[in-house]
Ligand binder design. Structure first.
Ligand SMILES: Cc1cc2nc3c(=O)[nH]c(=O)nc-3n(C[C@H](O)[C@H](O)[C@H](O)COP(=O)(O)O)c2cc1C
Length: 382
């Protein structure tokens, strides 16, 4: 049997502090610290506890060359090799190792930077809910717990050398910029007119043109910037109440400007999914249209392969798209929202996405405001 190490792996010496009740009652030191090695391998997507013998093997077995298992066993011990094969940190060419080997192949084929893949895979949430640990503390509670926050801005000069600039002139964009705000009080009965949804999707996410930069190498022109002009962000729509569109999940095709139906749903099911997607943030759930931003990483990593800045760049891309979406919603007289507090794993399941290829980044949404102020909003007050 031939074996090699998985492509990406980081090891964290993690410490857990616990109260030792027996020691406390016997008058000895009451806090115990457990330190253990945690292996973080993105192709597995779950943590593995390893020991010093495992670490020696992981540090010694090649991640590129396939080696004879017996040779590795004689160097690092048969037990350690067996354990690591079982956990999927080592890969084999045997049929029983095919599933985990295939996950590792997917990771390799996407040209992930190993550290970025690890951050991505281990920062996803599954079924996160308020009653499971997701919390929304108020500013008052935060100040009670942490003291006052660092000031809202800084001065780099204490003398009077700062050059005061003239006040900005009013201009056309101002109307939209000043009215933009994050909506948290959507009208739960409002239906989004099809014309509004169509304009929003096309101007925020649609292609305004296509250019062949080299033979068979196309870029899209959109109304937001994108690293390398690659526009790797795909858009999925959860239609709850969009005029003429059956409730359910769709993929937005940006060149055809069309919604590709994925799953038709009953209205109660879209509500359940919307709430789950935004990790129980019930102030976002009633928005008639939600939009999931998903980076198709191979599109960006095709150019920026194993690149230190690629992960940062694709996150910035999603941020630009969400701001354009906000501004278009504002222009249409509606608030919008963006949130990164999302249950990526649940969204991946609902949309049939592989997180090593398709990175769920954020959820946006928009719709008419109810007029109530049940949840705080930060509107511009002249
Ligand atoms: C990356 C990002 C993540 C956000 N996540 C949340 C969120 O989880 N919940 C929420 O209510 N608002 C979220 N917001 C909205 C911000 O709270 C909001 O932009 C901020 O309070 C300023 O208010 P404004 O957008 O109305 O100017 C997020 C905004 C950004 C840019």
């Amino acid at each position: 049997m031939l074996i090699r190490r998985c492509a990406a792996l980081f090891v964290e010496p993690r410490e857990d502090l616990d109260v030792d009740w027996a020691a406390l009652f016997s008058g000895r030191g009451a806090i115990g610290a457990t330190v253990q090695w945690i292996a973080l391998a993105p192709h597995l997507g779950q943590e593995v506890v390893v020991d010093a013998a495992d670490l020696a093997a992981l540090g010694g077995v090649s991640l590129t060359l396939w080696q004879e298992r017996e040779a590795c066993e004689s160097q690092f011990g048969a037990d350690a090799i067996a354990r690591l094969l079982k956990s999927g940190l080592l890969l084999s060419d045997a049929p029983e190792g095919a599933a985990v080997r295939q996950r590792d192949e997917v990771l390799r084929s996407q040209h992930w930077r190993p550290l970025s893949a690890t951050v991505h895979m281990f920062s996803r949430w599954a079924d996160m809910r308020v009653d499971k640990g997701m919390q929304f503390p108020s500013f008052e509670e935060l100040v009670d717990n942490y003291g006052t926050p660092p000031g809202p801005t800084i001065n780099r000069r204490s003398d009077d050398s700062a050059i005061n600039l003239p006040p900005p002139e009013r201009a056309r964009l101002d109307d939209t910029l000043f009215h933009r705000y994050t909506g948290r009080n959507f009208d739960p009965a409002a239906v989004l007119p099809l014309a509004t949804a169509s304009r929003l999707l096309q101007r925020a996410f649609g292609a305004q043109g296509q250019r062949e930069m080299a033979p068979d190498a196309y870029v899209l022109k959109k109304l937001s910037p994108s690293a390398g002009g690659l526009h790797p962000t795909e858009v999925y729509v959860l239609a709850q109440r969009v005029q003429g569109i059956a409730p359910g999940l769709y993929h937005y095709q940006p060149v055809r400007h069309a919604l590709e139906p994925l799953t038709e749903m009953a209205p109660a099911d879209t509500e359940e999914l919307a709430l789950r997607m935004v990790a129980d943030q019930d102030w976002f759930q009633p928005a008639p249209m939600l939009v999931v931003l998903v980076t198709r990483v191979e599109r960006n990593f095709w150019k920026y392969r194993n690149h230190a800045k690629a992960y940062r760049a694709v996150l910035l891309d999603a941020g630009h798209l969400s701001q354009t979406f906000y501004l278009l919603a504002t222009e249409a007289g509606m608030p919008a929202f963006v949130t990164a507090a999302v249950n990526e794993v649940d969204i991946e399941r609902a949309l049939g996405l592989d997180p090593l290829k398709d990175m769920v980044v954020a959820v946006c949404g928009c719709g008419p405001a109810s007029g109530a102020q049940n949840t705080v909003e930060l509107r511009y007050e002249p």
